[in-house]
Design a protein around this ligand. Structure first.
Ligand code: FAD
Length: 669
């Protein structure tokens, strides 16, 4: 029986492996893990138990919840994973882990083939005839595997009819794992270290978002794949538009915060993603740029990528690649906005007009339907905007706008956790690193320490948005990384079969901690007659506004056109410190607010990591995403390196340091 609001029931469980999250990476792990568990039983006589917990419902949770219209990472039989690693590196201004990107590139296609097998319609050209949503053959068929070329919208991207993408992938994961091993609507708040080994995880705690229950899990290994982070910066959509953002609003930095508190080394937390998207609806632009060959212009119809192309020469070699780095494309756009030549438009009228010159009216009609479907598949809100504002793309251009910043490691961003790479791809050690004395001694040397996807904390694995220094995995790559981590976790559990987890904190104090916002509310709620106005507590909503204001105004949000400097960061540091203290006074008047309170707590620590890394890196590595105006240049000599950090949850302080970067793939090609 569930407890009461002030006094939750406590459920304790022990499993060998816990999967935290139910998104693409978790679904990949859930699908992959069972055969390895079966093999462990048959070959070594070891029974391994596994459980998946998601704060939401897996069918529609995470970044793919609304569906997608493209799979952005598919290598195919005619391309080289090394080229993929080269692209990832250039797009992220040279500082990525080639071992991780290459490993992903050589494995990712298998996940895409599985998606197709499970029923995801992938656009194809077979014997010159194109099949897509409208013309899909009734009998179906695995065209990608058995013949036919996928319709590419770019070198690495393929088009899909993906409104139900997440549903399809989740169904396979659920079927593989079994519904008894899945717990939905449980928000994990903390990882718990082992009592006998500080650098090891032994458990996790969370609470039900529907019932008064706290869950305490013990395990030997866990996969932390709770996505990236949104809403730490004041969003462009406020007031009546609040809740709209490009990144899914329910991924609140849990991955980075829980890993940091457990002692895991983070990497490249200064990196962020500022996508340029259709204004207000955040609709995708990929199909317009890549498939319909549209161009973006300033208000006077000038194509800023051509007009401002000289600016790319300031950033060799990243600006001169065939496709300049994403941040630099924003950089060229921002010049127009800052100098008063906005709004920026996607020139849909010219693009569709040009297509009309070569295609029949029927084919053009079909393409227009595809343009709408692009939004319907993955961002239905943008259709609402087009309908509401009478936009017919063949007659009226649509505004583009760079969004507020988001933190993620699987799209065009690379912040995250420092994770072990594959064993067979070269791994430079920290011996050659100029600041090696500053690296905490307990950390492993090099890029591989035995288990693919394991962080610097024993037993703590990650994938997808969690793995730092290697972006552009997207949906398929995140699924693949989850699968690789699943295999490694089973190996880890076999290697540690006699080890018993012991929590370093009592269950009572964990429960006390998690329900603190509820107790704060119950204790003080009668002090005032207006429930939201009370000197003893702050509502999660108000606290979130404070966080967003600090980040927006001092840490290079939209308010300052993404500009900051050392002085502004010092102010942010002080204000974030006070906010962290006040976060202890958040109230929760119901379970929904309890969720909001802990999401905010995760956001604050993630925001602090972001700020600390930007403060440490004395250059502007990602012009167009953020500028340190006191070091407004890319400094290859001093900063062509990873910036990593470790958080000490007892002293609440960060140690930030450099790690040497090395190209494993020849970048001169
Ligand atoms: P997610 O899939 O986001 O999953 C995170 C999971 O963690 C969710 O289940 C969530 O409910 C759960 N969770 C969060 N916090 C907690 C907690 N504290 N406790 C328990 N559970 C928690 N990829 C493409 O291939 N093509 C595209 O066109 C494309 N477009 C995209 C558009 C947008 C707007 C975004 C945001 C992403 C897009 N991607 C695309 C990328 C792709 O969606 C991601 O790379 C992928 O989903 C990342 O997988 P993940 O498992 O790391 O995170």
């Amino acid at each position: 029986m569930a407890g009461t609001f002030g006094n939750p029931e406590v459920v304790q469980e022990e499993v060998d492996i816990l999967l935290i999250g139910g998104g693409m990476a978790a679904c990949g792990a859930a699908y992959e893990i069972m055969p390895w568990i079966q093999a462990a039983k048959e070959e070594a006589g070891i029974d391994i138990t596994v459980k998946l917990v998601d704060k939401a419902a897996m069918d529609r949770s995470g970044a793919v919840a609304q569906g997608l219209s493209a799979i952005n990472t598919y290598i195919g039989p005619h391309q080289d994973p090394a080229d993929y690693a080269r692209m990832v590196s250039n797009d992220l201004m040279g500082i990525t882990r080639d071992d991780l990107a290459y490993d992903l590139g050589r494995n990712v296609d298998d996940s895409v083939h599985l998606f197709e097998e499970w029923g995801l319609p992938i656009w194809k050209t077979v014997n010159g005839e194109r099949f897509d949503g409208a013309t899909w053959p009734k009998e179906g068929g695995k065209l990608l595997k058995d013949g036919g070329d996928p319709v590419r919208s770019g070198k690495w991207q393929i088009m899909i009819n993906g409104e139900s993408y997440k549903w399809i992938v989740a169904e396979a994961a659920k079927k593989a794992l079994g519904s008894d091993n899945i717990q939905e609507r449980v928000f994990i708040v903390k990882l718990v270290n082992d009592a006998n080994d500080k650098n090891r995880v032994a458990g996790a705690v969370g609470f039900s978002t529907r019932e008064d229950k706290v869950y305490v899990y013990k395990f030997k290994a866990c996969l932390l794949v709770a996505g990236g982070c949104v809403n730490i910066f004041r969003p462009r959509s406020v007031g009546e538009g609040q809740g709209r953002a490009w990144y899914p609003v329910w991924n609140s930095g849990s991955t980075y915060t829980m890993a940091a508190e457990a002692g895991a080394e983070l990497t490249m937390m200064e990196n962020r993603f500022v996508p340029a998207r259709f204004k207000d609806g955040y609709g995708p632009v990929g199909a317009w740029f890549l498939l319909f060959k549209a161009q973006a212009t300033n208000a006077y119809g000038e194509v800023y990528m051509q007009k401002n192309k000289e600016l790319l020469n300031d950033y060799p070699p990243y600006g001169q690649a065939a496709v300049p780095a994403s941040c630099l494309r924003n950089h060229l756009m921002l010049k127009e906005m800052k100098e008063g030549r906005g709004p920026i438009y996607m020139d849909t009228v010219t693009a569709l007009g040009k297509l009309r010159e070569t295609l029949s009216p029927r084919e053009v009609k079909h393409l227009e339907a595809e343009a709408w479907e692009d939004f319907l598949d993955m961002c239905v809100g943008q259709c609402g905007i087009w309908v509401g504002e009478n936009v017919e793309p063949e007659k009226k251009n649509s505004e583009l706008m760079p969004t507020e910043p988001y933190l993620l490691g699987s799209h065009s961003g690379c912040c995250g956790i420092w994770a072990s790479g594959p064993e067979d791809v070269g791994a430079p050690t920290t011996e050659e690193h100029p600041d090696k004395d500053k690296i905490p001694a307990h950390l492993p040397q090099g890029w591989n320490w035995g288990y693919r996807g394991m962080t610097t904390v024993q037993g703590l694995f990650t994938a997808g948005d969690g793995v730092g220094a290697s972006g552009h995995k997207f949906s398929s790559g995140s699924h693949t990384e989850g699968r690789m981590a699943a295999q490694a976790m089973v190996k880890f559990v076999i290697d540690n079969k006699d080890w018993t987890p012991t929590l370093d904190t009592s269950v009572e104090s964990l429960v006390e901690d998690i329900y603190r916002p509820v107790r704060t509310f119950l204790e003080h709620k009668d002090y005032t007659t207006a429930i939201d106005v009370n000197p003893h507590y702050i509502t999660p909503r108000m606290l979130q506004f404070r966080l967003q204001k600090i980040m927006d105004e001092y840490v290079a949000g939209v308010a300052t056109y993404y500009n900051t400097n050392g002085h502004m960061l010092a102010v942010a540091e002080e204000k974030l410190g006070m906010l962290k203290e006040d976060a202890m006074k958040m109230r929760a008047k119901d379970l929904h607010e309890l969720l909001r309170a802990w999401e905010n707590y995760h956001r604050i620590l993630t925001a602090e990591a972001h700020m600390k890394h930007i403060q440490f890196r004395e250059e502007s590595r990602y012009p167009g995403f953020y500028y340190r105006m006191d070091h407004n240049y890319v400094d290859e000599e001093n900063w062509h390196c990873f910036v990593n950090s470790v958080y000490d949850k007892d002293t609440k302080t960060w140690t930030v340091f450099k790690r040497a970067h090395k190209d494993l793939v020849d970048k001169s090609k």
